[in-house]
Design a protein around this ligand. Structure first.
Ligand SMILES: [Zn+2]
Length: 326
């Protein structure tokens, strides 16, 4: 089996040279039934891709380094030999030069901008094969001007993945070359979209104030008692079920107890951060045509949860669905 190349024209299983890395799309390299939050190869963010290639352990002289017989990495249990004690142990590095033609994260971003990844095994797609390029062109996925760029970028990605260090390390066996790919494949996905969720709050507000530039002063009692009452001067005077407690609760500055607090017998008032020291408010310079916090009245409110997707083909955000939640 050749895990160093994927074959876009078949699912593998052809000649050795054409590659079988497509199997990496189907193999699950973990015990978990499902995975969430994989890194999308079509992401626009460099910092998202970068950690994939940083500090990933791999081994040169794979078969010799274990010191065990049969000498395969699969036979080595962590408690037998510490990784760092083993000869040939290395950690992959970030590209410190951040050279756009050498840095894997940059290369992957560039690749996705020419041709978005459809499968994670596309990382290993062999573009030196003219058949592959022709097939992509015939399918209308690339045009003739993009061929060379795609070939150059993709071949570089393959090389960088299969030879993670350039610092005088020669990886000789297939297993040595394929190990980094095997470790990162399980962490990535090729999703057509970037998806974000937005919670939008829409409010209708009654605009209060003077129509001219002078502005007026509004007095407000957040406790809603209607009295010019000075009782509730300090939030530290709030005690369970005293008047201040009732007033602050009515004004929405005290939250209900959690189940744990009730079970623990914690009865101290839960005054929210930002609660003012008094509930009487004097709001000055209130005008029409501007939002005056506390003076302008919120009459209605609705919350909408939206799913937005970025379509890498059209480079536009689309609202996939939205839902009124309150
Ligand atoms: Zn980079």
């Amino acid at each position: 089996m050749n895990l160093k190349r994927s074959n876009p024209l078949a699912l593998g299983g052809e000649t050795y040279a054409k590659g079988d890395a497509n199997i990496l799309d189907q193999v699950k390299i973990t015990d978990a039934k499902s995975r969430f939050g994989l890194i999308n190869l079509n992401t626009d963010e460099h910092f998202v891709l970068e950690p994939l290639f940083y500090k990933i352990p791999f081994y040169k002289n794979l078969y010799d380094s274990t010191g065990l017989s049969p000498a395969s990495i699969l036979d080595v249990k962590r408690d037998q030999i510490d990784d760092t004690q083993r000869p040939g142990y290395l950690l992959s590095e970030k590209d410190s030069s951040h050279d756009a033609d050498e840095c894997l994260a940059c290369l992957i971003k560039k690749r996705a901008s020419v041709l978005p990844f459809e499968n994670r095994s596309d990382l290993l797609m062999d573009y030196s094969d003219p058949e592959t390029i022709t097939a992509l062109e015939n399918a209308g996925k690339i045009d003739s001007t993009q061929k060379t760029a795609l070939q150059t970028i993709s071949n570089k990605i393959c090389k960088k993945l299969l030879e993670p260090t350039a610092t005088g390390v020669t990886l000789t066996t297939d297993a040595e070359e394929e190990q980094l790919v095997g470790k990162i494949m399980n962490l990535v996905a090729a999703e057509p979209y970037e998806t974000v969720y937005i919670i939008a709050v829409g409010q209708s507000i009654r605009d209060i104030g003077s129509s001219d530039n002078k502005g007026i002063t509004i007095f407000k009692n957040w406790a809603g008692s209607g009295k010019a009452d000075k009782t509730y001067r300090k939030s530290d005077a709030i005690k369970r079920e005293n008047d201040a407690h009732k007033a602050y609760r009515r004004a929405g500055y005290i939250r209900p107890f959690t189940l744990k607090e009730i079970e623990d017998g914690d009865s101290s008032p839960k005054v929210l951060n930002g609660a003012p020291n008094q509930l009487e408010d004097k709001i000055t310079d209130v005008k029409k045509g501007q939002y005056d916090l506390g003076a302008d009245k919120i009459c209605a409110e609705s919350k909408i949860v939206m799913t937005l997707c970025f379509d890498p083909w059209t480079k536009k955000w689309k609202i996939k669905r939205f839902e009124y939640v309150e």
